[in-house]
Design a protein around this ligand. Structure first.
Ligand code: FRU
Length: 479
């Protein structure tokens, strides 16, 4: 089942129809396909890419390997949306087909220039000795879906970084275009480089500086850096691999973190007065979150619900990975909030009072309120014996605790089966979105977020209130 390097990098056109048919059929037989989240019918999805707005539609691409649950030769799949909730897949449109990206169309971003969508991506190349080379490349997509790659690389690898230099994010700030790129220094530390477009053209980029955000410099690589602006405050989202847990505690194999600055100084390449580092999400998997400022200024983000170097129960069905809901980023009292865009309520069907339920479709939203000085435990994906995903909201103790050890097929056990975060002893709300094998839990409308997967057994579809009296609503969700 696991693919050899040769299979992972076999050219797409060398896979026979029979081989692909087998993969498709196997994937279709999985009991865990989601309903209102983006996921591939078969093959592996990882990072969100090119999240942007172009010609009246939201564009969302994703990193994709079609031939099973493996990180092989990557391409970009395109999806489009008019409401940020329903995404329609239009197919794989960016292939690793040039000498500047022969071993993978790696992650990147997109922004409209003229009547085209400019795609800024990393070309991953391996030479005959399997040594990695990295190129920051461009492409122009027209509204009919035709892509033309820029023939020359746009930003060459600087001398002070290793071959781990990737994931350009383009953004527009006060009249200029900028890009940040994740990097590894020669002494193997993660950092971020800032570039500025000359003459407001995507063709020429000048190095501004190494981004100063009070980087603790304990990671060995920073992947997928993103800078977005919330009411002019810069928010840096990034994935510092190998970050020292003394700096901040986290449980997942690789963390997705953020910092908020007071302002962004383009000349000094600095976030001025950066906040402490924070976990973006307290759940079991959120990675490579991509964010951008929409034409109306709104800051939108979307995450890969998955992690590199982790095996998932869906692997045996030849597929892996899903996208989170699209979240709007706001700042209240200096804190970052992440909450699904308003249109998510359009999925709500008839409202019911929240109570025990012996069976659901595992596609619903709960909107719950927990009292101050209380402890409640609810079990989602519960079987007849009340085994499932345990969610404890303990305002008295000041903690939220998730335990997925009784929820379906187990995996990634070396990273533990529980996740938690601190909360205040106040009335606390939770909006919980359940989609077959995904949960997204938004505490106090996005002050804290827990995202993750569970792969329930066939009879795990109930809801049990094990302790406490949380009150609230249940909405079946219909896509
Ligand atoms: C993050 C990442 C990126 C890279 C892409 C390759 O998950 O490793 O740094 O561009 O995935 O698929």
């Amino acid at each position: 089942m696991s693919l050899t390097t040769e299979q992972k990098y076999k050219p797409y056109d060398k896979w026979t129809e029979e081989e692909v048919q087998k993969i498709k059929e196997n994937a279709a037989s999985s009991p865990w396909h989601t309903v209102f989240h983006v996921e591939p019918a078969y093959g592996l999805l990882n990072d969100p890419n090119g999240f942007s707005y172009f010609k009246g539609k939201w564009q969302l691409f994703y990193q994709y390997f079609p031939f099973g649950a493996a990180h092989g030769l990557k391409s970009w799949v395109q999806t489009e949306s008019t409401d940020l909730i329903h995404f329609k897949e239009t197919g794989t449109i960016l292939y690793p087909d040039t000498s500047l990206d022969s071993h993978g169309m790696y992650s990147g971003s997109a922004m409209q220039f003229g009547d085209k969508l400019f795609i800024f991506y990393t070309g991953n190349v391996r030479d005959e000795n399997w040594v990695r080379h990295t190129y920051q490349n461009g492409g122009l997509l027209d509204s009919s879906g035709h892509l033309e790659k820029v023939p020359q690389t746009l930003i060459a690898k600087p001398d002070d970084v290793t071959e781990h230099f990737r994931d350009p994010q383009i953004f527009f700030y006060k009249g200029d275009y900028y890009a940040i790129i994740g990097a590894q220094s020669l002494d193997k530390k993660g950092f971020i480089k800032l570039y500025k477009a000359l003459n407001n053209s995507y063709k020429e980029w000048a190095f501004v500086g190494d981004l100063d955000f009070d980087n603790d410099a304990t990671s060995y690589m920073i992947e997928c850096p993103n800078l977005v602006f919330v009411d002019d405050q810069p928010v840096l989202l990034y994935c510092p691999q190998g970050l020292d847990k003394k700096v901040i505690s986290y449980d997942n194999i690789y963390p997705n973190m953020y910092k908020i600055g007071q302002t962004f100084d383009t000349e000094k390449a600095a976030l001025i007065n950066p906040s402490e580092i924070h976990n973006l999400d307290y759940g079991f998997e959120v990675y490579a979150t991509q964010a951008f400022n929409a034409p109306n200024g709104q800051a939108l983000s979307i995450s890969w619900i998955g992690l590199p170097d982790v095996e998932y129960p869906t692997d045996k069905y030849d597929y892996q990975g899903a996208m989170s809901l699209v979240k709007e980023l706001t700042i209240k009292d200096g804190k970052l909030y992440q909450y699904p865009v308003d249109a998510i309520t359009s999925l709500r069907q008839e409202e019911k009072t929240f109570t025990n339920m012996s069976s659901t479709n595992n596609t619903y939203e709960l909107e719950l309120t927990f009292d101050k000085d209380s402890r409640s435990e609810i079990i989602l994906f519960a079987d007849q014996n009340g085994r499932g995903l345990s969610v404890v909201v303990d305002t008295k103790k000041g903690e939220i605790l998730l335990d997925r050890s009784q929820a379906g097929e187990q995996y990634a056990l070396e990273y533990g089966t529980t996740r938690s975060c601190a909360i205040d002893n106040e009335v606390t709300t939770a909006n919980i979105f359940i989609d077959k094998s995904i949960f997204e839990i938004f505490i106090n409308k996005g002050e804290k977020v827990f995202t993750g997967r569970v792969f329930p057994h066939a009879d795990q579809n109930g809801i049990v209130i094990k302790q406490g009296q949380p009150i609230g609503k249940y909405f079946e969700l219909n896509y």
